[in-house]
Design a binder for this molecule. Structure first.
Ligand code: NDP
Ligand code: ZN
Length: 387
């Protein structure tokens, strides 16, 4: 039944796309191949968290570029960190958004992977050098010479102009950095997979989680609820750690075998040296030692969540040595090849985020709700309603 509903939603979306496709062609006759692309979006002009409508241009559709009309754009907690300048001084105007799903309305002459009308997604990366050891190993996210992020990043391939993200009606990207959205995908839910999905899938694959492993997910939000679903799909026994009682049933419904509220000491008992794997998606300060103490020997703790600079959690070397042999590592999103693999796997197995679709005018309130823990589990902006 679920599959039938998804297919119906897909058919409806396809019908909507056909008429949108017509409008787009009409609108953009004034902007032929080779000229900069007109875009409109929602922009932050400073770190206040206020968004206003904004018109701007993007670089032209180059020979290996595609122009995507954006249908949906997810709100990641990283967007909030960026807009609030939690990590660095940002360059404004800033159009955030690195969880992008849409359809292709124009392609450059050398594009081989896509055709007009295909569905495509974009995550956190839009370019890299292509020749360093990381790029050659399909780990473009670690490219040290020319990594270009989807927004707020100088685009060295286009004169150093700052990139602008997916809270907008379109994006131009090299075909090498676009992800093909598989046929039959639920388009309303695909966008968050491009960041929340890959960021949790990648370390689980890196660790090599096996059926029966004891896996903990710390922070049950946008990233965390994807991590739970992947770990459950791999056959792991999954425990969720969060700071609220409210999400307990949702975690169990997603297949977790246990949910512990870290603020209740009783719920934290009996887990010393217990877990083979812990993925921390926590976006705030927290007690790292508490998690290290719960790792079994040779267990792995992957950090993907990151707080504002002012309260980054830490742990000292002595504590780690006294605890013994444990693997701690950090992970950033995933490479393009792995992102495609994740998306194919997620769609084939019906693994999607729980989303709430919102209008562009609700971004400000959505940011507040994410910070207050009120979102279940990802806000996705319907970009077709951009005015
Ligand atoms: P969300 O806000 O959606 O989820 C965070 C979750 O952590 C919420 O459920 C929150 O609870 C919970 N939480 C907060 N404090 C604690 C705590 N002390 N212990 C346990 N749980 C806690 O954020 P996202 O999932 O979108 O992002 C998570 C983090 O990952 C962010 O820091 C983001 O910047 C980072 N990130 C990193 C990437 C990478 O490549 N490494 C890529 C993408 C994101 P509540 O809802 O009740 O507040
Ligand atoms: Zn993100």
């Amino acid at each position: 039944m679920k599959k039938i509903l998804c297919s119906m939603a897909f058919l409806l979306t396809t019908a909507a796309v056909s008429s949108a496709q017509q409008n787009y062609s009409d609108d953009h006759q004034i902007n032929p191949h080779g000229e900069r692309v007109l875009s409109k979006g929602m922009v932050a002009m400073d770190n206040s968290g206020i968004f206003v409508p904004y018109e701007f241009t993007r670089h032209a559709v180059g020979d290996n570029n595609i122009l995507i009309e954006i249908m949906y754009s997810g709100i990641c907690h990283s967007d909030i960190h960026h807009v609030h300048e939690d990590w660095k001084t940002e360059s404004y105007p800033l159009v955030p958004g690195h969880e992008i799903a849409g359809w292709i309305v124009r392609i450059g002459k050398d594009v081989a992977k896509f055709k007009v009308g295909d569905y495509a997604g974009v995550g956190c990366l839009v370019n890299s050098c292509g020749s360093c050891e990381y790029c050659l190993a399909d780990q473009e996210q670690y490219c040290e010479t020319a990594r270009v992020l989807t927004y707020g990043s100088p685009d060295v391939f286009h004169g150093g102009e700052m990139t602008q993200g997916g809270y907008s009606n379109n994006i131009v990207v090299s075909e090498d950095f676009a992800i093909s959205i598989p046929e039959g995908a639920d388009l309303t839910k695909v966008a968050p997979l491009l960041c929340a999905g890959i960021t949790t899938y990648s370390p689980l694959m890196q660790i090599g989680v096996n059926a029966g492993d004891k896996v903990a997910i710390a922070g049950f939000g946008g990233l965390g609820h994807m991590a739970v679903q992947y770990a459950v799909a791999l056959g792991a026994q999954v425990t969720v750690f969060d700071i609220t009682e409210e999400k307990r049933q949702l975690a169990l419904d997603m297949g977790a075998s246990k949910y512990a509220n870290v603020n209740d000491p009783q719920q934290m008992e009996g887990m010393k040296n217990y877990f083979n794997t812990i993925i921390s998606t926590i976006p705030a300060s927290y007690d790292v030692k508490m998690y290290v103490d719960m790792l079994a020997i040779d267990g792995s703790l992957a950090f993907v969540g990151l707080s504002a600079n002012k309260d980054v959690p830490s742990i000292d070397i002595a504590t780690l040595i006294f605890q013994g042999r444990r693997n701690l590592f950090c992970s950033q999103i995933g490479g393009i090849k792995e992102t495609q693999e994740m998306l194919d796997y997620s769609v084939a197995n019906g693994i999607y985020p729980m989303v709430e679709i919102i209008e562009p005018s609700r971004i400000e309130q959505a940011y507040k709700d994410v910070i207050d823990g009120k979102v279940h589990f990802r806000y996705v902006i319907d970009m077709s309603n951009l005015n």
